[in-house]
Design a protein around this ligand. Sequence first.
Ligand code: FES
Length: 137
Amino acid sequence: MSEKEIYSELILDLYRNPVNFGSLGKADISVEGGNPLCGDEVKFELRVSKGKIEEIMFSGHGCAISRAAESLLTEMVKGKTLHEVEKLTEKDMFGLLGNVIQTRVKCALLGLVVLKEGIRAYGKNPERKAVVTGIRI
Ligand code: FES
């Protein structure tokens, strides 16, 4: 099996069985956004303690690549500081997805863009819960 086939299978598997999919209920950061061209939407909910992500879940609807990217992203950022997550780049997302989907840039980056906006809003006032909606990629 080629690397491309392995990653294609991983993406399809995560599309069918996403990890960290659902709602936290109580969250310190809640952020929603989407791609108006395709209609895909994602929402992240995070619990934060001492600047670190303790828990994160996502929900919404999207294509196989965006959903797989969001699953992998939530796994990657758990336990990281908000500052570390703010520094993640599109290269990191492509790396998570095996560098096989560079023609689907917005699909791969939707989750990261939305998540960073929520973290940015929270960073401006960490004493209060951040609720951000309407992020567009
Ligand atoms: Fe909409 Fe992939 S087709 S994010």
